[in-house]
Design a protein. Structure first.
Length: 293
C-alpha cells in the first residue's frame, strides 16, 4: 500500500521538474527573441557606420559622378528608377492579387480555393532569379516594364494571401445583412467587404512593396543595362537602388564603396519605415473590425 506522503512527494517532484522545464523553455524563447533583434541591430549599425558619412543632399539629388575616380555623385537615378519599378509592379500586382483573393474567398468552390492557395504559396517560394529569367525570356528586352513585371510576380502571392486573411476577418453578419437587403454578391463585395478590409489590403500591399524594393536578382536580367540619368520612361531600362549597391560594391573606388553602403542604409531605412507603417495600419484595421463585431 502506497502511503499518502509518498504520493505527495512524487507529485511535488514532478511539479518542480515541470516548473524547471517551463522556465528553461521561457528562457530559450526570450534568448531567441533577443538574438533576432540583436542581429537586426548589428546589421543596421554596421551598414550605418560605413555609409552614413556619404549621406548628404547631393547624394539624393545628383547622378553618379562622371570622373573615373570621382565617387562624389549621388543616387538620384536609382531612387527614380526604384520608384518607377515599384510603381509598375504595384499597378500590376495590386488589382490582380486583390481580385484573386476575392475569387478565392468569396466565389471559388472549396477544392479550387485550396488549389489556388497552394499554388500561391508555391509561387511565393520561387527563387527570384528564376522569375527574372522567365520575364526576360518572354519580353526579350530590358526595360522598367520588364523589371516591374518581374517584381509584380514576386508581389502577387503576398498581396493575394494577405488580402485573403483580411477578408476572413470581415464579420459574416455584414454579408448576411447585405444579402437580406437584396444586394447581389458582387455588390456586397464591392460596397461592404472591400471598404471594411481596406486597411488590411493596404497593409499587405505595403509589405509586398517592401519585399520587392530590395530585390536584385530579377533586375540583373531585366534592368541591368541602364543610363546614368533620371529616366521615367517605363520602356527604357532604369537604375535601381539594389543594382546600384551591387555595381558600386564591385568597383575599385573606395568612395563608391562608401556610396554603396550609404545606398544600402537608405534602402534599409525605406524598408523599415514601410514595414512599420504597414504594421500600424494593420493594427488599426484589426481594431476597427473588432469594434464592428
Amino acid at each position: 500500500m502506497i502511503e499518502p506522503g509518498a504520493i505527495s512527494l512524487r507529485a511535488t517532484g514532478r511539479g518542480r521538474r515541470r516548473l524547471l522545464l517551463n522556465r528553461v523553455a521561457e528562457g530559450s524563447a526570450v534568448l531567441a527573441a533577443v538574438l533576432a533583434v540583436a542581429v537586426l541591430a548589428v546589421v543596421i549599425w554596421s551598414v550605418g557606420s560605413r555609409g552614413f558619412g556619404a549621406i548628404s543632399l547631393d547624394f539624393f539629388v545628383k547622378g553618379p559622378s562622371s570622373d573615373f575616380f570621382g565617387g562624389k555623385g549621388g543616387i538620384a537615378p536609382a531612387l527614380a528608377g526604384s520608384s518607377l519599378l515599384v510603381g509598375v509592379a504595384t499597378l500590376i500586382a495590386l488589382p490582380t492579387g486583390v481580385l484573386t483573393a476575392i475569387f478565392v474567398s468569396e466565389f471559388a468552390p472549396g477544392r479550387a480555393s485550396q488549389q489556388i492557395r497552394l499554388w500561391l504559396d508555391v509561387l511565393n517560394g520561387f527563387p527570384s532569379i528564376v522569375i527574372g529569367i522567365f520575364v526576360f525570356t518572354f519580353i526579350s528586352r530590358q526595360s522598367a516594364f520588364a523589371g516591374g513585371s518581374a517584381l509584380a510576380i514576386i508581389m502577387l502571392p503576398l498581396v493575394a494571401r494577405s488580402t485573403m486573411e483580411v477578408l476572413r476577418l470581415v464579420p459574416t453578419e455584414l454579408r448576411e445583412a447585405s444579402y437580406a437587403l437584396g444586394v447581389s454578391k458582387w455588390q456586397t463585395v464591392i460596397r461592404v467587404v472591400l471598404p471594411t478590409s481596406f486597411g488590411g489590403i493596404l497593409t499587405g500591399t505595403t509589405l509586398a512593396i517592401a519585399r520587392a524594393a530590395g530585390e536584385t536578382a530579377p533586375l540583373l536580367f531585366t534592368c541591368a543595362i541602364a543610363g546614368q540619368t533620371v529616366d521615367w520612361n517605363p520602356s527604357h531600362s532604369v537604375q535601381s537602388i539594389p543594382l546600384t549597391i551591387f555595381n558600386y560594391s564591385e568597383s575599385a573606388d573606395p568612395a563608391l564603396h562608401e556610396q554603396a553602403w550609404a545606398a544600402a542604409l537608405v534602402l534599409i531605412l525605406l524598408v523599415l519605415v514601410t514595414s512599420l507603417t504597414a504594421r500600424l495600419v494593420l493594427e488599426r484595421s484589426r481594431r476597427k473590425v473588432g469594434l464592428q463585431r
